[in-house]
Structures are given as structure tokens and as C-alpha cells.
Design a protein around this ligand. Structure first.
Ligand code: CA
Length: 406
């Protein structure tokens, strides 16, 4: 669970802002880091690590202050589910998921045969975790983990992760220079923590190495193995979007509050198009990501398995939704019931368009890279002020259209 919480935090932080200029470390912190590094080899977690391995990768190691800044950074705002889903499940990612299904179909079929997790689910996790292997994270993993292992909160957890990362390199699975990742230590195309790697990563291409960085078959199979270990139920859907009857009492909503499908049928719940609830899901909970006024979903055990990847219901819903779209021919990424907002979220390409228009208006926000940081938010606030909109700095359809039509 720790890994998943950290991954979620890493994602939120990455969405929230470009890394702030990290404060300098004090002399006391540098001394504490150095003496901690000297003591680490005596700790139980490091027993499997040879002195040679430890010296090779830790000698001369300097702490990374920016990693500590990320650990202590509080998310400045909570994203609406419609912003989060719009960004993670946009036309671009759906097209990429369909292409990935076609390209890796043979490997994915063998993975499904072995682990019982279908291709469209595995591909959707891949697309959300690392944009199909495009975003692995660039921070040197040993440096991030050594910093977290010796400074800041949760040192004991990160010592275990550092030892696991050294073990991966020592055992020859992944070369040290390929061990880069998020500030919190998630790495590879699956964004596993090193400890998760040791427990669950698999060698699927048969070269003897478990390489979730540079082997797509290893990465995809490791994702399937993770979901299998999270009790994936072969043959069951994750769930589906539903329609609630008028006046439905939603007080029993909740992913964990599962009821048998007959009970939902008896209460008048149908699929979103009005057809009867299918019988391939024995029980499900009612998920209302935006409350009773928005899209509604019945979600089963497999939704819980996806949730265990990152401990966020919106995250799990993004993967579930992307998986459905990947194997459909739908031209729309929208749910049947619209989000309860008159200002829906932006896709990644729309985020870049918005930034381009802010740059054209003279705002100094850096490149139009689709990452909405503090500078972009400040520029949005300035334009909202000028246009007489609500000033919240949020990148949505309203400000995009206003700037487009001006
Ligand atoms: Ca391999």
C-alpha cells in the first residue's frame, strides 16, 4: 500500500507544479546523510547486498534536496474528477492504446493465457502509468532513494526500497544507468517500486532478466502478474457505467459496499443505455465519482485490483475507462452521463493549446508542454480576471474557448 500511496502522490505533485527550486541542504543534513550511508550496510535490509555492489553505487553519493522538497510538498488543490479523467483518457491516449493492442496482440494473448488478465486492461495500465513506456521518469533512482532513506520522513520504508533497488542491479536484471524514475522511486514502464519489482516482476521474453525498463513483454507481463496477485477475477469485467432510476437513494454508495447484482436490478439500476445489468459480475459497489449528479458506475472485484495499483478511485476509473475505449470503436471519450459541470476538463492537446494562447498573450509560462504548473495557473488567473470569469486558475473548456474566440 505504501508504494501505491507514494505513486499517487508523485502523480499529484507532477501534475501540480514543476519542481520548485529546492532549498539547499544544511551542513547538518549533509553530515547526517554521510553517516547514514556509512551505517546502511549493517542494516538487515542490506544483508543481501554485497560490499562491492554497495560501494560501486553509493560511493560519492550526494543527497538530492529536490526529492525532499517533493516529499514534504502538500498538494495545493484537489483535481475535479472531470479534469483528471479528461487528461488521462483523451483521444490521443485512446488511439495509442488501440495501436498498442494491435502491435503487442500476440504477446498480450500469451500474457492473458498465463495470468488471466485481458489485453485491454494491461494496455490501459501501461498507458496511464508510463504513457506506453514514454514517461519513465528521469531521476536517478539510487540517488532519490538514498536521499529518502537517510533524510526526511519514512526513512525505514525507503531503506528497504533502496536495498531492493541495489538487489535488482546486483542480480543483473536492469543496468544501474537505466534505473531512473519518479522522485519517490517508482520506475520502469510499470512504475513499480523496487520492492514490488522483487516480489512480482517477471521475465516474459525469456532472456533471464526481469527488465521492466527496456522489455515491453516483461513490463506488460509484470503488470498482469501484479493484477493477478491483487486477486484479479478472470472472466469478470471491472464494472460498467449505469443509470440510476429517478429518486434513487445513493446513501449506500461506495466501492467497498458491494451488493449482489440481483439487488441492483431489483432497485431499478440498468446499464447506461437502459439495457439490463449483465450477469458476468456477481456483485458490485456503486461508484459516484462526482456525487449523485454525475456518472454512476457499478464496480466489482477487478476494479479493486486496479485500485490497488495506485490507491485512487479516479485513477482506477481512468484505467477502467481507457480499457473499455481501447477495445471499442467509440469516437467519444465521454461517459453516457455527463459530468455535473458546465466547464469540463481539457485533454492534453487542449492543455497545450491553452498554453500556446497564454504565451501569445505575453505570459511567461515556459514551453507549451501540457504540464500545468504554477506559472500557467497564474496566467490563467490573469486572463480570467481580464475576461470577468471566476478567477480560480483552473484550465477548463471555458477559458480555452474564450481565448480561442477572442
Ligand atoms: Ca526479460
Amino acid at each position: 500500500m505504501k508504494k501505491q500511496l507514494l505513486s499517487a502522490l508523485a502523480l499529484i505533485a507532477a501534475l501540480a507544479a514543476h519542481a520548485q527550486d529546492a532549498p539547499e541542504l544544511s551542513a547538518a543534513q549533509r553530515n547526517a546523510f554521510a553517516s547514514c550511508l556509512r551505517r546502511l550496510p549493517q542494516e538487515a535490509a542490506f544483508r543481501p547486498i554485497s560490499a562491492a555492489t554497495f560501494e560501486q553505487h553509493m560511493t560519492g553519493m550526494e543527497p538530492d534536496a529536490s526529492v525532499l522538497a517533493m516529499l514534504d510538498k502538500q498538494p495545493e488543490f484537489t483535481m475535479h474528477p472531470w479534469d483528471y479523467i479528461a487528461m488521462l483518457v483523451d483521444d490521443e491516449r485512446v488511439a495509442d492504446a488501440r495501436a498498442a493492442l494491435a502491435k503487442w496482440g500476440e504477446v498480450l494473448a500469451r500474457i492473458e493465457a498465463r495470468y488471466g488478465v485481458p489485453a485491454h486492461i494491461v494496455v490501459a495500465v501501461w498507458g496511464v502509468e508510463s504513457n506506453f513506456g514514454q514517461n519513465l521518469g528521469a531521476r536517478p533512482l539510487m540517488r532519490s532513494l538514498a536521499t529518502l532513506a537517510c533524510l526526511g520522513r519514512r526513512q525505514s520504508y525507503f531503506r528497504g526500497e533502496l536495498a531492493a533497488a541495489l538487489r535488482i542491479v546486483q542480480d543483473g536484471h536492469i543496468p544501474a544507468e537505466r534505473m531512473t524514475g519518479s522522485w519517490a522511486g517508482a520506475f520502469g514502464q510499470t512504475q513499480f517500486m523496487p520492492g514490488t519489482f522483487l516480489r512480482l516482476a517477471v521475465d516474459f521474453d525469456g532472456d533471464g532478466r526481469r527488465d521492466i525498463v527496456d522489455s515491453v513483454p516483461d513490463a506488460l507481463a509484470s503488470t498482469a502478474r501484479f493484477l493477478q496477485a491483487a486477486k484479479w477475477q478472470s472472466g469478470q469485467p471491472w464494472g460498467f457505467e449505469v443509470r440510476l432510476p429517478a429518486g434513487f437513494d445513493t446513501s449506500g454508495a461506495g466501492r467497498r459496499n458491494k451488493r449482489r447484482m440481483e439487488s441492483w436490478r431489483a432497485a431499478g439500476v440498468t446499464l447506461a443505455d437502459g439495457s439490463p445489468l449483465p450477469s458476468d459480475l456477481p456483485q458490485a459497489g456503486l461508484l459516484l465519482p462526482a456525487g449523485p449528479g454525475g456518472p454512476a458506475f457499478l464496480v466489482g472485484r477487478n476494479f479493486d485490483a486496479i485500485y490497488s495499483y495506485n490507491a485512487s478511485e479516479n485513477y482506477a476509473l481512468a484505467i477502467a475507462h481507457l480499457s473499455d475505449l481501447a477495445r471499442s470503436r467509440s469516437l467519444s471519450t465521454a461517459f453516457a452521463t455527463p459530468w455535473p459541470t458546465d466547464d469540463p476538463g481539457l485533454s492534453r492537446s487542449q492543455r497545450r493549446q491553452l498554453q500556446s494562447m497564454l504565451i501569445m498573450r505575453g505570459h511567461d509560462i515556459g514551453a507549451a508542454d501540457g504540464a500545468i504548473g504554477e506559472k500557467t495557473r497564474a496566467a490563467i488567473r490573469a486572463e480570467q480576471q481580464r475576461l470577468g470569469h471566476t478567477v480560480d486558475g483552473r484550465p477548463g473548456q471555458r477559458i480555452l474557448r474564450a481565448l480561442q474566440t477572442e
